[in-house]
Ligand binder design. Structure first.
Ligand code: B12
Length: 219
């Protein structure tokens, strides 16, 4: 079992390698994480997700541009492919179900994919509708799957305005399903004003928020 210092060294290494777009180093480090018995979920949430959040900031500050971003995302997905099969799921409970997708008009899906992985890691069954998802698709998928939660992602101030309509359509068809929203331009206040039941500002928080949201709704 790796010591706390060794775990930190490897996770910091993954974080830096993603930001430096170094796929080979990410591969090496993620394999070492598994070999040394470090929790794969922890490596995804503390290494991969935090690195990609930082990459988004670098872009916003004009330190990185689109080519760098896409190379960072490639490095991220390389790491995910190695870590994902080793994430332990909570198989004792009845599996909860999630529908997730990036809203109509928006093709950003890196953050949505991270959120999806966190739910899969927590043992949920995830129905991923992808990106640029027509609003009616969420309603149809809910009629098919009877999921517990629907998670909507938006990365643009222009696309997020479709969320209140999506939530109204979903709730009209199934008043019992809980809807959560997320993505960089959103805040909890906006989420509430849209009629969402929950909001989280990062992938690491999303599963906890979903569980708390379900408890709130049951009361
Ligand atoms: C990468 C990127 C791209 C990539 C997307 C690749 C992909 N497959 O996703 C490419 C190059 C394709 C792209 C295209 C465009 N982009 Co762009 N892009 C970005 C960028 C730099 C980073 C986004 C990202 O991946 N961040 C990293 C991830 C990990 O973070 P995240 O997505 O925020 O997700 C985290 C949280 O928000 C949260 N989360 C996300 N979703 C959800 C959902 C739920 C339910 C929950 C709980 C949480 C949650 O958890 C995630 C992990 O912690 C942002 C700038 C930025 N700093 O955000 C611009 C940005 C979003 N893009 C922007 C624009 C304008 C565009 C384009 C229109 C550009 C153009 N003129 O063509 C097109 C979009 C076309 C379209 N119709 O969608 C603008 C949007 C401006 C606005 N109106 O708000 C931004 C803000 C850049 C800017 N500053 O101008 N883009």
């Amino acid at each position: 079992m790796a010591t706390r210092e060794r775990t930190k060294e490897l996770i910091d290494g993954i974080y830096n390698a993603i930001i430096e777009m170094d796929e080979d180093a990410v591969t090496e480090l993620c394999k070492t994480v598994i070999d040394e018995g470090i929790d794969a979920y922890y490596a995804v949430s503390e290494g991969l997700t935090k690195a990609m959040d930082r990459v988004g900031e670098l872009y916003t500050n004009n330190e990185y541009f689109v080519p760098e971003l896409l190379l960072c995302a490639d490095a991220l997905y390389t790491g995910l492919d190695i870590l994902r099969p080793h994430i332990k799921s909570n198989s004792d409970e009845k599996k909860k179900q999630l529908i997730i997708g990036t809203i109509e008009g928006d093709i950003h899906d890196i953050g949505k994919n991270l959120v999806k992985i966190m739910f899969e890691a927590a043992g949920w069954v995830v129905h991923d509708l992808g990106k640029d998802v027509m609003l009616q698709r969420f309603v149809e998928e809910q009629a098919r799957t009877h999921s517990d939660v629907i998670a909507l992602s938006a990365l643009m101030t222009t696309s997020m305005t479709a969320m209140p309509k999506a939530i109204a359509m979903i709730k009209a068809a199934d008043p019992d399903v809980a809807v959560m929203v997320g993505g960089a331009p959103l805040t909890r206040d906006i989420a509430v004003s849209y009629g969402a039941d929950g909001y989280a500002d990062n992938a690491g928080e999303a599963v906890r928020e979903a569980n708390e949201m379900l408890k709130r709704i049951m009361k």
